[in-house]
Design a protein around this ligand. Structure first.
Ligand code: NAD
Length: 268
């Protein structure tokens, strides 16, 4: 898709990867609405974007976000469902409380369903549109220490595949973004911190990969290209892949006494 001057919505745009994607779209001349749990007016002003409060777990909030964007900026041409949550787990792989499983389901999956419901009819009627759903490499592989995050991100990848199969013939493009580790608050970095472990990307480099993928209309956007190799190895020999993941978990436990996502990201 030619990205110049498009009307775009970015959820979770107040910081991290969402903020960087919103900034990159504004640099393309885009008219961008960033949405977050708080309106993030300062971030919006810094970027030259609009800002609005939206809890993506709530279908009505997403409908209001789309209606307000259309009123202020025009029909939504690009919807980036980026907001996401992960909590880790206190003990065994089913030990996270129901509230955390539910939040992962609502934010990482259902928010992307609500967004598609809100914008697809208009995109289909116009014969053009772009849904960009941020999932994770955990949606193709696994996040050690967070089964709820892993399961929800697998669901997000599956939903994006369904969108791409069903709506390409309507003119609607779909990408699913599956990064490994990125230097954001989600894994303990402050905005602007450089990643201090090898393989940790900045939000800005992820945003560049996203826009490159959108220009090419590529379904699977892998800011860390090595993820493609891991996915091929997993498909080719799942037993060997699982043993490699177990070895990584054992190493985290031996060296750090824990195998949570923040510890694991320093070992990958
Ligand atoms: N940081 C990583 O290592 C990493 C890796 C792979 C994928 N991701 C994914 O990238 C996306 C962005 O994550 P990030 O790293 O920038 O994290 P982050 O925690 O820095 O930012 C997430 C943003 O989403 C917002 N948000 C959370 N719940 C919301 C809700 N209910 N309604 C509206 N906004 C909400 C937060 O307020 C925050 O601004 C997420 O989907 C995440 O799962 C992150």
């Amino acid at each position: 898709m030619e990205l110049g001057g498009r009307v775009a919505v970015v959820t979770g745009g107040g910081r991290g990867i969402g903020r960087a994607i919103a900034a990159a779209l504004v640099r393309e001349g885009g008219r961008v609405m960033l949405a977050d749990l708080e309106a993030a007016p300062q971030t919006a002003a810094e970027l030259g974007a609009e800002g609005m409060r939206c809890d993506v777990r709530c279908a009505r909030d997403i409908e209001a976000l789309v209606a307000e964007t259309e009123q202020r900026l025009g029909p939504v041409e690009i919807f980036v469902s980026n907001a996401g949550v992960g909590f880790g787990e206190p003990d065994h792989a089913a030990s996270a409380p129901d509230a955390h499983w539910q939040a992962c389901w609502e934010v990482n999956v259902m928010a992307q369903v609500h967004a598609a419901r809100a914008v697809l009819p208009g995109m289909i009627a116009r014969g053009e549109g772009y849904l960009v759903n941020v999932a994770s490499a955990a949606g193709l592989l696994a996040q050690i220490g967070d089964a709820a995050y892993t399961a929800s991100k697998h669901a997000a990848v599956g939903f994006a595949e369904s969108l791409a199969i069903t709506h390409r013939d309507d003119g609607v493009r779909v990408s699913v973004v599956c990064p490994q580790y990125v230097a954001t608050a989600m894994i303990g970095y402050a905005d602007g911190d450089a990643g201090d472990a090898s393989g940790v990307l900045s939000p800005e480099s992820v945003a560049e990969a996203v826009l490159d993928g959108m220009r090419a209309e590529r379904f699977l956007i892998l800011p860390h290209p090595q993820v493609a190799t891991h996915v091929a190895r997993k498909a080719g020999d799942p037993e060997r892949w699982l043993e490699g993941m177990r070895a990584l978990r054992r190493r985290a436990l031996q060296e750090h006494g824990r195998a949570d996502p923040v510890t694991i990201h320093r070992l990958v």
